[in-house]
Design a protein around this ligand. Structure first.
Ligand code: URA
Length: 196
């Protein structure tokens, strides 16, 4: 059972979303079209944390709706998960121009929103997509080729959960080997869920 009721968590998330809508803590508010706060059930056991919105996400205001989204939905199915049962968020709520990597000061400026989401939702598992997201949650640099595909204990914003670092789905679009590793990781994750 979640310690807080669903309505209370939804209220907390709505407040955070309003904050994001008027946020001017970094340069990205000037170039974004829409903020991409996050979607999914407020009491989700599983959360996905990725990097930042891309072109289509910025247009639509929803995470993972572009090509990477199609890829992500297929990967979730490999783990026996439906998109609707996970909460999906990014480290940055605004798109970096030309999809460049988030800058350290942008990550820092956006941190209170991610901290707020995680401490409200209190997921049991977080799937970190890409080294930037895994590095933010673990608080140290991550080498994905060495650390992907296993569950590790993690505490972020006072909330403890099992972290599953893996590659960013966009990396799988460009490299065949990474695509196979991603598919393997999600299949493995599905097996792990069966055991807990
Ligand atoms: N890539 C991300 O990291 N996040 C999205 O929401 C879409 C693509």
């Amino acid at each position: 059972m979640h310690p807080q009721g669903k309505n209370e968590i939804e209220k907390v998330l709505e407040k955070l979303k309003s904050k994001a809508e008027t946020c001017q803590r970094c340069r990205l508010h000037k170039t974004k079209t829409r903020i991409v706060f996050g979607v999914g059930p407020a009491t989700a056991d599983i959360m996905i944390v990725s990097e930042a919105p891309g072109y289509w996400e910025d247009q639509r205001g929803e995470p993972f709706v572009g090509a990477a989204g199609k890829n992500l939905n297929a990967l979730l199915l490999q783990a026996g998960l439906k998109r609707e049962e996970v909460y999906i968020a990014n480290i940055l709520k605004c798109r970096p121009p030309a999809n460049r990597d988030p800058l350290p000061d942008e990550i820092e400026a956006c941190r209170p929103l991610l901290e707020g989401q995680i401490s409200a939702i209190k997921p049991k598992f977080i799937i970190a997509l890409g080294r930037i997201s895994a590095g933010e949650l673990l608080g140290r640099p991550v080498t994905m080729s060495k650390e992907h595909g296993s569950l590790v204990d993690c505490t972020y914003a006072g909330t403890s959960f099992k972290l599953f670092p893996t590659y960013h789905p966009a990396a799988g679009i460009y490299s065949g080997r990474t695509k196979l590793e991603l598919q393997n990781d999600f299949r493995k994750l599905g097996e792990m869920f069966k055991k807990v």
